[in-house]
Design a protein around this ligand. Structure first.
Ligand SMILES: N[C@@H](CCC(=O)N[C@@H](CS)C(=O)NCC(=O)O)C(=O)O
Length: 205
């Protein structure tokens, strides 16, 4: 299985956490999107030229949640049907309501002078604040996003919260902060963070 990714990219980290947690072997291909030939090679697999992407025995699989389900089978999703739905909801929540607004804020920092979108950034900040409030309610009395078992939702949560905290700290949300502290101690995520360290200087502060 070839894993096309970059160690610094949030959605790639989500999949890496699952791979390390379950000790799934893979052949890494670090893609430098700024290099036109590498971008073109990725676009051949997935025309949006976004990662993560895997090639598994000739089959191309895209989208972090689908990749995790493809590779992990049921191991990152609870067997119980209603818990499984909760897991998928929380996975969507961290992707769509934490990682997405975080990305919009970061992307705005990378825009050329005069091309910024303060209205869009303010909207993204409000969305993040709502997400922290919702997550605070969810996380108050549980170890992981769906209960006692580490799932795909936690793989989604860790990188989303890490980068979101850099643009809008969640220090005022004690349950979210405590949950993130638990995530940082999870060996799979600690390894992902360690491997991303050399690239952290790229983050636009
Ligand atoms: N919904 C996709 C999101 C993938 C995504 O946005 N990946 C980012 C990196 S975290 C990317 O490839 N960005 C490069 C670009 O947009 O040019 C998933 O879950 O895999």
């Amino acid at each position: 299985m070839i894993f096309h990714f970059h160690p610094f990219a949030s959605f790639c980290q989500k999949v890496l956490i699952g791979l390390y947690d379950l000790e799934i072997p893979f052949e890494p291909n670090i893609v430098h999107l700024e290099k036109p030939d590498e971008r073109a090679a990725l676009a051949k697999l997935w025309p949006f030229a976004k990662f993560p992407v895997i090639e598994d025995g000739g089959q191309v699989v895209v989208e972090s949640s689908i990749i995790l389900e493809h590779l992990a089978g049921g191991r990152l999703i609870p067997a119980d049907a209603s818990r499984a739905l909760e897991c998928r909801l929380r996975d969507r929540f961290f992707d769509l309501y934490v990682a997405a607004p975080m990305s919009r804020i970061v992307a705005d920092r990378l825009r050329p002078e005069g091309q910024h979108d303060p209205f869009g950034v303010a909207e993204a900040r409000r969305e993040l604040a709502t997400a922290y409030r919702v997550a605070e309610g969810w996380l108050a009395e549980r170890t992981w996003a769906v209960g006692d078992t580490f799932t795909m939702a936690d793989c989604a949560a860790a990188p989303a919260l890490f980068y979101a905290n850099l643009v809008q700290p969640f220090a005022d949300f004690p349950a979210v902060a405590a949950y993130f502290a638990r995530l940082e101690k999870r060996p799979s995520y600690a390894r992902v963070l360690h491997e991303a360290e050399p690239y952290m200087k790229l983050f636009p502060r």
